[in-house]
Design a protein around this ligand. Structure first.
Ligand SMILES: [Fe+2]
Ligand SMILES: [Fe+2]
Length: 264
């Protein structure tokens, strides 16, 4: 692992690779471009299509070629075959991917906190914990993810802090999706810790037809990096984001990201 050349690091982000058992070689152009454009790579969930060990092994072979620090969170698809721990084990042991789940890590002077997140909707219309037990369990799952994100963010002391999610924390980056499915695309409960802790930027995926970027109510930039969205928004582009984040800032203020290059 090489030290970055400057006082900033370049973060390449993409989500929703949906790797299948026939994806061998399919991600090589993407990963080769990321390796030459960034200092760290983050993958925002739905790493696999059906969450099988076979798909995870295909992705692990692809990702292993990227000689950068590699971070990820799981997505809902990575749970479909009920072996998420196996998916995590394969990616971490054979490809060196650090999968964050309510955990935080410092990479090259920048802090990363990650969690999958969950659904439930946004703002005043979010699903409330009331009535039948299955509804309460659903809301509890979203609250648990929010608490995990909060405790991960609380551990970071770096000026630059990045939050990785799969589900959206705000409605604005799912806009353009059918309004009927907004509640299944994310949860406002994930926004609360993002506004309570100084966060530089947030990446998420899941909303394949959403909106590229928006801000939380406190102004934290949120980027929807779902690969299908990046590809549709920038036909012929590279299919990932690169943002540059300062490793040092004035006391107490979160580092502000700048767009390093138009790698969409
Ligand atoms: Fe997805
Ligand atoms: Fe998803």
């Amino acid at each position: 692992m090489t030290e970055p050349r400057s006082r900033s690091i370049r973060v390449a982000a993409v989500g929703d690779l949906h790797c299948t058992k026939t994806s061998e070689g399919a991600f090589q152009p993407l990963f080769a471009k990321i390796a030459e454009s960034a200092d760290v790579m983050v993958l925002c969930g739905d790493l696999t299509d059906y969450g099988t060990a076979e798909e995870a092994r295909v992705l692990a072979r692809e990702v292993a070629t990227v000689k950068l620090p590699k971070l990820a969170v799981l997505g809902n698809h990575d749970f479909e075959s009920s072996v998420p721990d196996e998916v995590v084990h394969i990616l971490s042991e054979t490809a060196g991917v650090t999968v964050l789940d309510g955990t935080a890590i410092e990479v090259l002077g920048v802090g990363f906190a990650g969690v999958k997140g969950f659904a439930g909707g946004f703002g005043e219309r979010a699903l409330q914990s009331w009535g039948e037990e299955p509804i309460k369990a659903f809301v509890r799952a979203a609250l648990d993810e929010s608490l995990k994100l909060e405790s991960a963010l609380a551990r970071l002391r770096t000026p630059g802090r990045v939050a990785l999610l799969h589900y959206a924390p705000i409605a604005a980056t799912v806009e353009s999706e059918p309004v009927e499915i907004y509640p299944f695309l994310g949860s406002s409960r994930l926004e609360e810790p993002l506004n309570r802790y100084p966060v530089s930027m947030v990446f998420h995926g899941h909303a394949h037809r959403g909106t590229l970027q928006a801000r939380t109510i406190n102004g934290v930039p949120v980027y929807n990096v779902a690969k299908p969205l990046l590809e549709r928004s920038h036909p012929g582009g590279d299919g990932f984001f690169v943002y540059e984040l300062p490793r040092e800032t004035s006391e107490g203020r979160p580092a502000e990201p700048t767009e390093a290059a138009p790698h969409y």
